[in-house]
Design a protein around this ligand. Structure first.
Ligand SMILES: [Zn+2]
Length: 215
């Protein structure tokens, strides 16, 4: 299912919450942000709306890696042909850049970038003594490396997400944050269940995807 669809559902849930709970602008914005983010974060396990910036940067980095590798190789070849001179460190740098560029898919660089953001969140959580932020950081570090629609699309992930959101609710002292986060996350899994490939809600206990038979 498309990220924009999940985002729309999340914003709808957040808006409903904003209407339901005592209204202030800050509260409404918080509810909508929490719901929208929760509705999107299950797809951090693949190219998604949330990691599209990272995707762009990683494509660019990948191109830079390969481009500079080929450029240095050309320089090395030129030096050898013109002066019969081989610069060893330069040669090693060429080989390293080319190998990295050829082996690492830009998806891997994207995942590493997302993980780096997660590591920064963990660091922030530790320095500010926020346990929920550490938990959220671990989620962001870990999830990009999971198989798409794997562990993030399970009931266990909903529980973990709820625990993180509970910590956020305690810190903000704002009623409903956890419920809204869980509703947002669940909305993602339900929406994906409506797609042809379905969702493995109980993975790895039950490896079969749940989907609606008439779709
Ligand atoms: Zn999904």
């Amino acid at each position: 299912m498309k990220g924009t669809t999940h985002l729309t559902i999340g914003v709808a849930i957040g808006s409903a919450a904003a209407a339901h709970y005592p209204f202030t602008l800050v509260n409404a914005a918080t509810y909508i942000a929490v719901a929208a983010f929760s509705a999107l974060s299950a797809d951090l396990d693949g190219p998604s709306l949330l990691s599209s910036k990272a995707s762009k940067i990683s494509k660019w980095l990948h191109g830079l890696l390969l481009g500079s590798g080929w450029l240095l190789t050309a320089v090395t070849a030129y030096l050898y042909l013109s002066d019969h001179y081989i610069n060893i460190p330069l040669g090693i740098a060429c080989a390293a850049l080319l190998l990295l560029g050829l082996v690492v898919r830009s998806g891997t660089i994207r995942n590493a970038l997302v993980s780096a953001v997660g590591a920064a969140l963990i660091y922030g959580g530790i320095t500010m003594g926020m346990t929920w932020l550490i938990g959220f950081g671990i989620f962001v570090v870990w999830v990009p490396w999971l198989k798409h629609r794997g562990l993030t699309h399970t009931i266990w992930a909903v529980v973990a997400w709820g625990a993180i959101a509970w910590g956020l609710e305690q810190q903000l002292q704002l009623e409903g944050v956890m419920q809204i986060a869980v509703a947002g996350y669940l909305s993602h899994l339900i929406a994906d269940t409506l797609t042809p490939s379905g969702v493995k809600w109980l993975y790895p206990l039950v490896k079969k995807p749940f989907k609606l038979p008439f779709l």
